[in-house]
Ligand binder design. Structure first.
Ligand code: SF4
Ligand code: SF4
Length: 312
């Protein structure tokens, strides 16, 4: 390993990062890298784990805010930005240009889509002047892991349970190999695990459907939903059982009515599903014994909880 690569990995890991991967810029499918930095040589992917313990509350039905605050908000708003700044500073100290790239949850190129992790009404859509990398394809091209059927990037360390960001630099750094897909066996557990059937059998995510069920539109998985919820919707029963096919307009009405649990800071929504798609994938990969990050006991310790459909 080159001296600069070794120094960067050590520095980034000290800054809270679990996995660091390097890809040579020319192998990236997302050519926007060159729009951001025409002389880019290397893209560095930094990934921070989502604690298994932050999923425990939703798994057991005991506490719900830890997943959104600690597995999403803190990782995306604190851990990754801090490490990006530290990594870029080290590259600048060496005389290289370094461009930090983190997710901006509130800006979208698309004019009609949404991001389930934030309030749909706060998103600025159709901002095509903003250059937004395809995070998943860049992570795969860096060698972080493979793309699962669910659309999540799967790593050998944590399965689908990490968040990531990038540094684009004109430093030429020895690349890591890309991962040959071997984790996703198309078992479909991610699809079955979604309380709102938001992922189609071929792995396509309906983002509006996801946005409604991410924050708890299915009563059987939401202990905070009152009996009167969605009274004005003609397909109320289908909504609260997770069987409705929501149009974007109906998804917005459903989302607007879900004030059963407080939102968290920044613009993030409180996830009531706890990204069940990823949780089921993690459990599947853990059972198969293919993850390197081992625990003394399995994550799933009790039967899956489910509340009666008729509410309180
Ligand atoms: S749950 Fe199964 S099908 Fe879905 S991403 Fe994980 S391994 Fe692939
Ligand atoms: S489990 Fe949650 S995050 Fe995953 S697709 Fe379904 S609603 Fe969206």
């Amino acid at each position: 390993m080159s001296n600069l690569k070794e120094k960067l990995v050590k520095h980034l890991k000290k800054s809270g990062i679990d996995i660091v991967k390097f890809g040579n810029a020319e192998r990236f499918r997302d050519r926007q890298i060159y729009k951001l930095m025409p002389d880019a040589k290397t893209v560095i992917c930094i990934a921070a784990r989502q604690l298994r313990g932050a999923r425990r509350g939703v798994e057991e039905g005991t506490t719900f805010h830890h997943f959104s605050t600690l597995a999403i908000e803190t990782v995306d708003e604190t851990v990754l930005p801090f490490a990006l700044l530290r990594g870029c500073a080290m590259l600048e100290d060496e005389g290289f240009d370094a461009l930090p790239q983190r997710r901006n949850q509130l800006i979208m190129n698309e004019s009609d889509s949404t991001n389930p992790e934030v309030d749909y009404a706060k998103i600025y859509r159709g901002k095509s002047a903003e250059t937004i990398l395809d995070f998943e394809s860049c992570a795969v091209d860096c060698g972080l892991g493979e793309l699962g059927l669910s659309g999540s990037v799967l790593t050998e360390e944590f399965g689908p349970c990490q968040r990531f960001a990038f540094i684009i630099t004109n430093a030429e750094i020895e690349p890591d190999p890309q991962v040959k897909p071997h984790l996703c066996d198309k078992c479909g557990e991610c699809i079955k695990g979604c309380p709102g059937h938001a992922i189609s059998p071929d792995g396509k995510l309906n983002r509006w459907q996801c946005a409604a069920y991410y924050i708890g539109a299915n009563r059987t998985k939401n202990p905070f939903m009152p009996a009167y919820a969605f009274e004005d919707e003609p397909n109320k029963d289908a909504i609260i059982s997770g069987e409705a096919n929501l149009t974007p307009d109906q998804a917005k009405r459903v989302i607007d009515e879900i004030h059963f649990y407080p939102p968290i800071r920044h613009a993030y929504c409180s996830s009531i599903c706890g990204k069940a798609c990823d949780t089921e994938c993690y459990i599947h990969l853990e059972r198969k014994g293919v993850l390197k990050n081992k625990f003394k006991s399995p994550f799933r310790k009790r039967p899956v909880w489910k509340l009666p459909i008729d509410g309180e």
